[in-house]
Ligand binder design. Structure first.
Ligand SMILES: CC(C)(COP(=O)(O)OP(=O)(O)OC[C@H]1O[C@@H](n2cnc3c(N)ncnc32)[C@H](O)[C@@H]1OP(=O)(O)O)[C@@H](O)C(=O)NCCC(=O)NCCS
Length: 434
């Protein structure tokens, strides 16, 4: 598809692949940051339609917009020389004046496009600014940074099905106006709202690494690219990656995307296709998994109680868990253990993934599959060739979701097979090569 295509229409069959994702994204917040240039481009009305599709699927969308292009156009038509178009350098009074007009213009275009699609939106003062001040001896004048974000106000608007639209100018507690950088603004709002996606719509295809656009890149690699290839990265993409890295490092937003806003359906393709159309930066899920410590034994024991009652897991005493604590891994969220798993050496180059448990409240959020992938990775690193898993009630999870093969119990190493027979649980046995 050519980059500037604005003609292709979504096919009815596209709905199928979109609907698969509906349960995954329903109720989640996406912060969509739209560059000023994208608001002015031919494809903008299509982008508004993409946003309407997200909304119709129950995704809660917050819009942040830029005004760089509007600033440049106004400066040209008014014959005014501006000190900065993007809000990351000193902003003099004339430039701030123009920023007010540019912001009103961009906001109006967004309101128009949304009104045509019958979407309600509201411009808010939920962001309070403060001055950047003097940096390395330079006075940044009217350039601002974020002092406070009123997440409750944004949340209330979202509950009312109203899209908050946030402009890159905001006042401080005394009512003085400042110009903010929209890339930074979007990242901070995404963090404040724990948005599941921070999406930058710009005029490039994403982050180029070694001449090719990176389709997906882990957070640590993106941070490394910023360091090592600073001069080679387009200045505006650089800022987006920089702020995306910051948002993801907060641990509150797991994914950021940089997409070409001129390309038809780039937003929907990125969200609903396995391989999207721009660059996705993702926080490493495994960062939340760590080896269990002695002090975790009690928590693991308590969390396992329900699962053993329902006979999902083998009953283990606190002493047994304490003794084997070095075989356990735990998944932490906001400082609490929400899942655990153990990796046992069965001899003969085989290991067993055992005692996998995800707290019921967190089930269905990919924690279980992430734990399985993690254990596979560790088992492989430790030189095991085969990984077994035994299950009484979660057979379809191992077979259909994690793609293990069901095998006869006799496939187990001898010592494990004897224990299996003694237990009389009659579990199904699964195996995967590493
Ligand atoms: C099995 C278990 C670990 C899965 O964890 P989870 O975090 O809910 O799993 P995920 O979110 O990664 O699951 C993704 C998929 O697995 C499916 N799945 C989860 N548990 C399932 C089960 N018992 N039977 C069939 N499918 C199951 C989900 O429907 C989902 O499918 P989808 O992607 O097609 O929607 C969790 O349900 C659990 O702790 N169960 C109780 C303990 C247990 O049975 N442990 C296994 C024995 S070692």
């Amino acid at each position: 598809m050519p980059v500037h295509s604005t003609t292709r229409k979504l096919k009815a069959s596209d709905l199928r692949s979109i609907l698969e994702y509906v349960p995954l994204y329903r109720g989640q917040i996406f912060v969509v940051s739209i560059d000023g240039s994208v608001i002015e481009c031919e494809n903008f009305s299509n982008l508004a339609t993409d946003i309407a599709v997200l909304k119709s699927l129950g995704i809660r969308v917050v819009i942040v917009h830029g005004i760089g292009r509007q600033m440049k156009d106004l400066a040209k038509s008014c014959g005014v020389e501006i000190s900065d178009a993007y809000g990351n350098a000193p902003v003099d009074d004339k430039t701030l004046d123009l920023a007010r007009t540019a912001s009103a213009k961009a906001l109006q275009k967004i309101q128009e496009a949304f009104a045509v699609l019958d979407m309600r939106c509201a411009s808010t003062n939920a962001v309070r600014a403060t001055e950047v001040g003097i940096v390395s001896g330079v006075d940044y004048l009217n350039a601002g940074r974020i002092d406070k974000i009123d997440a409750d106000t944004l949340d209330n608007l979202l509950r009312l099905d109203i899209i908050p639209v946030i402009s890159p100018i905001a006042v401080n507690r005394k009512g003085r106006l400042f110009r903010l950088n929209s890339d930074m603004l979007a990242a901070e709002i995404s963090t404040a709202l724990s948005a599941s996606k921070l999406i930058y719509m710009t005029e490039t295809k994403g982050l180029a690494v070694g001449g090719e656009t990176a389709v997906s890149i882990p957070l640590n690699k993106a941070a490394e690219v910023l360091e090592s290839r600073r001069e080679k990265i387009d200045a505006r993409v650089f800022d987006k990656v920089k702020y995306a890295v910051k948002a993801l490092s907060s641990g509150r937003t797991p994914r950021a995307h940089i997409l070409d806003g001129r390309e038809f359906a780039s937003l929907l393709n990125e969200v609903f296709e396995k391989v999207g159309s721009g660059t996705m930066i993702y926080a490493d899920e495994y960062q939340k998994i760590r080896k269990a410590e002695d002090s975790d034994a009690n928590t693991i024991y308590n969390l396992s109680q329900n699962s053993t009652k329902e006979q999902n897991l083998v009953k283990r005493t606190l002493e047994e868990i304490s003794q084997k604590i070095s075989t356990y891994f735990v998944y932490e969220m906001d400082g609490s253990i929400i899942a655990f798993v153990s990796l046992l050496d069965l001899g003969e180059g085989c290991a067993e993934l055992a005692s996998l448990h995800v707290q019921p409240f967190y089930q269905g959020n990919s924690v279980g599959t992430t734990m399985v992938e993690y254990v596979k990775k560790i088992a492989k690193e430790r030189g095991f060739k085969t990984l077994f898993a035994l299950s009484t009630k979660s057979a379809p999870f191992f077979k259909d979701v994690c793609e293990f093969d069901e095998v006869p119990p006799e496939t187990l190493p001898q010592a494990r097979l004897e224990k299996y027979r003694q237990s009389k649980r009659n579990s199904k046995v699964f195996k995967i090569g590493l």
